[in-house]
Design a protein around this ligand. Structure first.
Ligand code: ZN
Length: 402
């Protein structure tokens, strides 16, 4: 009696494809576990002393657990009907008390050498709509790398299926039409938070004008590579800073006009691509970044010193809005509270109402500044190995204490 399934021998953490067999042992019966990971292979005696319990109430979903004295065998992705038969035989073996009412073949290690099922794919690429919408398309849990580029414009049951692939580390959603996603679609898309192992996410060429804040908040925390280039984004979502492991960010070829002032919190970034946007300046805090590679070129629609406030604005008192935003940004505890209450648009604007002091990195109101200077960027002031700057300028802001 054999069963093909995904097997996890606890306390191991990752399930592997394999087969389990029940067969005759010299005394009574035994369970033999064969997997692609030889370290997980086992031969276990099936008797009342050795087996502590069986959980098979989820056999209809292809799942079951057999608990032995020192380890648990977790079965998943088995064919429900086969699993039910297998568990029935297993129970008979256990209740037989060594009298062998069940007739089973004698098992030898050589018997199951060729029996391992072919490995399920780790990588899948779907570039045709027909293929994607065919009813036979399935997404095996073994997938690590998935690409879907089929001009998707809705989130339905099919999408929910691949948003449940726990082993996925790379997800490429280039070339869809996420600009057409409705509010409820984005809400379903927040299930992306389930992809706990996701490290790389691509959403290029989706004509995106914005990314909803709850979606950014749902992005898995292990993400270290995010590519949202070639869209129509007008800003970098300030909430991206919650991705503390982010090392690679590509937002080039969008419509971005400025970099949010909390961007200096992206301390882990090593690669930043922001070319071909509408940046007029880059904040001076970038010189504190340890960027290995960066590209700020093809920006600067207004070359020169246009971004320095004109004489009339000097010494102006900041607006109350900017003052309030600055106070919030400088007090993280208040900001947390405010985040739960304020409307999305206000939350977004807060990050554009304040600038960071280039010396102490405290926030200062962006209006009414009298200590703002602008100068051509010196690539040498960046610690980059590769940097392309074009004619963007650096903005130096000083608070009243520095
Ligand atoms: Zn300062």
């Amino acid at each position: 009696m054999k069963l093909d399934c995904l097997l996890l021998i606890a306390p191991a953490k990752k399930p592997v494809q394999g087969t389990i067999f029940i067969g005759n042992a010299t005394k009574g019966y035994k369970l033999v576990v064969k997997t692609r990971n030889k370290g997980q292979n086992r031969e276990l005696l099936l008797n009342k002393e050795n087996v502590k319990g069986i959980i098979d109430k989820f056999s209809g979903a292809g799942k079951a657990t057999i608990m032995f004295q020192n380890l648990n065998v977790l079965i998943s992705e088995a064919q429900p009907e086969k699993l039910r038969q297998f568990m029935a035989v297993l129970k008979q073996c256990l209740s037989s008390n060594g009298e062998k009412p069940v007739s089973l073949p004698r098992l030898h290690t050589s018997d199951f050498k060729e029996n391992l099922p072919p490995p399920k794919p780790k990588k899948m690429e779907i570039l045709e709509r027909n293929e994607y919408f065919s009813s036979s398309l399935q997404f095996p849990q073994t997938l690590h790398d998935l690409r879907i580029s089929v001009q998707l414009k809705k989130v339905g049951s099919k999408e929910i299926a691949w948003l449940g692939l726990k082993n996925l580390t790379r997800l490429n959603l280039d070339g869809n039409l996420f600009c057409l996603l409705k509010r409820e679609d984005w809400r379903k898309f927040e299930k992306i938070s389930r992809l706990e192992n996701l490290q790389e996410l691509y959403m290029r060429e989706n004509q995106l004008r914005f990314l909803p804040e709850p979606f950014i908040e749902a992005l898995p925390k292990n993400l270290f590579h995010l590519d949202i280039s070639e869209n129509e984004l007008s800003y970098i979502p300030p909430k991206l800073v919650r991705l503390v492991k982010l090392r690679y960010l590509n937002v080039s070829s969008n419509q971005i006009e400025c970099i949010p002032e909390n961007f200096h919190l992206h301390k882990s970034l090593s690669h930043l691509f922001i070319s071909n946007n509408r940046l007029r300046y880059i904040p001076n805090f970038f010189r504190r970044f340890r960027l290995m590679q960066s590209d700020f070129s093809a920006n600067s629609i207004y070359p020169g010193v246009k971004n320095v406030p004109d004489e009339n604005r000097l010494n102006l008192v900041p607006t109350l809005y900017d003052l309030a935003s600055t106070t919030l940004l400088n007090n993280r505890a208040w900001l947390e509270v405010a985040n739960g209450i304020l409307p999305v648009l206000v939350k977004h604007n807060i990050f554009y109402s304040a600038l960071t002091c280039s010396t102490c990195l405290k926030f200062v109101p962006s209006s009414g500044l009298n200590q703002i200077t602008s100068k051509p960027l010196d690539p040498a002031s960046f610690s980059n190995i590769t940097t392309r700057i074009g004619c963007v300028e650096a903005r130096v802001v000083k608070c009243c204490n520095c």
